[in-house]
Design a protein around this ligand. Structure first.
Ligand code: CDP
Ligand code: MG
Length: 149
């Protein structure tokens, strides 16, 4: 079953949106398999956004995710990488569908509430950056047999 890395960014934690966003992911039917509240340090922040090194928004984005605690999570489900990106909405909340997480809770690209892996390969890389394998929990969730055939 596919897994993705999702992170509730500092603005989501500070604005008290953690429960509301997790509820949307649970409601969709995804399974939470890893979760922790952490303070991201510079080396982790730079590794996370390595693909953007050299761009104008790299340093402000690194500073943003280091600025206050984040909730790091691994979610599992059918097609979860792409579906979580759909639920999150466009990178710039100003352009995001109003029903999406970024569309509902954000208004500016520099404070866009949530991160989600953009591919299965990115998910594997990001999960390994944030979690040790023993921090991910394999379990049967009530109702999961009602989600697909
Ligand atoms: O997060 P996502 O994959 O949707 O977008 P990205 O293009 O990979 O950019 C990573 C993050 O950098 C965004 O989520 C924003 O927090 C930040 N960013 C920004 O502040 N200004 C931009 N012009 C582009 C990205
Ligand atoms: Mg990205």
């Amino acid at each position: 079953m596919e897994r993705t890395f999702l992170m509730l960014k500092p603005d989501a934690v500070q604005r008290g949106l953690v429960g509301k966003i997790i509820a949307k992911l649970e409601d969709k039917g995804f399974k939470l398999v890893g979760l922790k509240l952490i303070q991201v340090d510079r080396s982790l922040a730079e590794a996370h956004y390595a693909e953007h090194k050299g761009k104008g928004f790299f340093e402000p984005t690194v500073a943003y995710i280091m600025s206050s605690p984040v909730v790091a999570m691994v979610w599992q489900g059918k097609n979860v990488v792409a579906l979580a990106r759909e639920l999150m909405g466009a990178t710039n909340p100003a352009n995001a569908n109003p029903g999406s997480i970024r569309g509902q809770y954000g208004m500016d690209i520099s404070r866009n509430v949530i991160h989600g892996s953009d591919s299965v390969a990115s998910a594997e890389r990001e999960i390994a950056l944030y979690f040790k394998s023993e921090e991910l929990v394999d379990y049967t969730k009530a109702g999961e047999d009602w989600l697909s055939e």
